[in-house]
Write a protein that binds this ligand. Structure first.
Ligand code: CAA
Length: 384
């Protein structure tokens, strides 16, 4: 077993770290407060090749491995989790889904631009539309319908909590085509935001990751060409599950980054702040908190890297991805909460960043499969 990163991994980690410090840190508090989408940052990430990191260069991607993706996600999430969720959705849910299951025509028409994150010099990213007002964890209960009309499908329904909802140009939409067939009557479609009948509804006012744009998307008699269905008829639910399995590595890495960022700030603060005549790092109460933070972060990192390694080796990573997601997101919530405690009163004000990290951490336990859903996936896998 080799725990060393290669030269390329270290280079990507450094590039992501520099990007986070130079491009994400300035203005991160204001973007959070104003709920401002980090468009400038995403365009620069696109220039770095980080919006389609794992996509083959044949389709406009950077051709990197999943380990590199974990490293980049961690570094960017240390500073701005609103930037990293946008990056994660485009990389894991949109580009990966299209590269793995799209046909050649779909890849040429859509993936080549999405992987670059730009089209004609403008921002060009995607979103993944599975969740609905009444179908979140229970993803087979899709109410959005796509009625087969011969050479097109007629799409109707509402999707909720869609990351990149207004900034995306292309949506991967999961919809019911035959209710009687249950999960086998679900399909996935490529839908362009500009098509008639597509409406981006109100922006959510969120607790955390406030810079990312989360919307409901409404479909009213949207004509989707047959050629925009992904895979064989009835493949949509499996498409969603397989795509989410990789997405969970991205969110686990995001959680890892939030935890690492909160921990690093806590160590710095503990070395500077004095109480009872000495730096607070000299008090065992703080030392033990830092020791527990570091241990949980290391365990989360190893789980993320194991899942990434398995994905790169083309072995089934569903179990390791879910383990990484549930552990890293719970670690992030715990570490960020402890980071606020280490900072005392300063932790409760915005300038010290850890209160934002605590708010940002929460969603990692919910989106791309709640902690409870991850435990369903894990227990089914170990008990089968
Ligand atoms: N790979 C391949 N096939 C899979 C699969 C996987 N990982 N998981 C399930 N399937 C298949 C099953 O084998 C089954 O197929 P057969 O009928 O042929 O055997 C079919 O799919 C149905 O599976 P289940 O019976 O297991 O389905 P279920 O109703 O019990 O649900 C679940 C299982 C794990 C709870 C699933 O519904 C789930 O993952 N829910 C959570 C959804 C989710 O993560 N939502 C997040 C929204 S996206 C988001 O947050 C994006 C964003 O913007 C940030």
């Amino acid at each position: 077993m080799d725990f060393q990163f290669n030269e390329e991994h270290l280079m990507i980690q450094k590039a992501a770290r520099d990007f986070a410090q130079n491009e994400c840190l300035p203005g991160v508090i204001e973007r959070d407060e104003k709920q401002q989408f980090p468009k400038e940052q995403i365009l620069k990430l696109a220039d770095l090749g980080f919006m389609g990191m794992m996509v083959s260069p044949d389709y406009g991607g950077a051709g990197m491995d999943t380990i590199s993706y974990v490293l980049a996600m961690e570094e960017i999430s240390k500073v701005d989790a609103s930037v990293s969720v946008c990056m994660s959705v485009n990389n894991s849910l949109v580009c990966w889904g299209l590269e793995a299951y799209g046909n050649e025509e779909q890849k040429q028409q859509y993936l080549t631009h999405l992987a670059r994150g730009k089209k004609d010099g403008e921002l060009h990213i995607g979103a993944f539309l599975l969740s609905e007002p009444e179908a979140g964890s229970d993803a087979t209960s899709q109410r959005t319908t796509a009625e087969d009309k011969g050479d097109y499908y007629l799409l109707n329904g509402t999707k909720n909590w869609i990351t990149n909802g207004s900034s995306a140009s292309v949506y991967l939409v999961i919809a019911q085509t035959d209710v009687a067939k249950g999960s086998h009557g679900i399909n996935a479609f490529i839908v362009e935001k500009s098509w008639p009948g597509v409406t981006v509804a109100g922006k959510e006012n969120k607790m955390g990751i406030r810079g990312s744009d989360t919307h409901s998307i409404l479909f009213n008699d949207v004509k989707v060409p047959k050629s925009n269905r992904i895979g064989e008829d009835g493949f949509g639910f499996k498409f969603a599950m397989k795509t989410l399995a990789g997405g969970r590595i991205g969110i686990a890495s995001q959680a890892l980054g939030i935890a690492s960022g909160a921990y690093e700030l806590s160590v710095k603060y503990a070395k500077e702040r004095k109480a009872f005549g000495k730096e607070i790092m000299q008090h065992q109460a703080i030392q033990f908190k830092l020791a527990d933070m570091a241990t949980r972060i290391e365990a989360a990192r190893l789980l993320c890297l194991k899942a990434a390694y398995e994905k790169d080796q083309h072995v089934d990573y569903t179990l390791s991805g879910s383990m990484a997601k549930v552990f890293a997101s719970e670690a992030a919530m715990w570490v960020a909460t402890e980071a606020v405690q280490v900072h005392g009163g300063y932790g409760f004000v915005k300038e010290y960043h850890v209160e934002r990290m605590m708010r940002d951490a929460k969603i990692t336990q919910i989106y791309e499969g709640t902690s409870e859903v991850q435990r369903i996936v894990i227990s089914r896998s170990i008990l089968k």
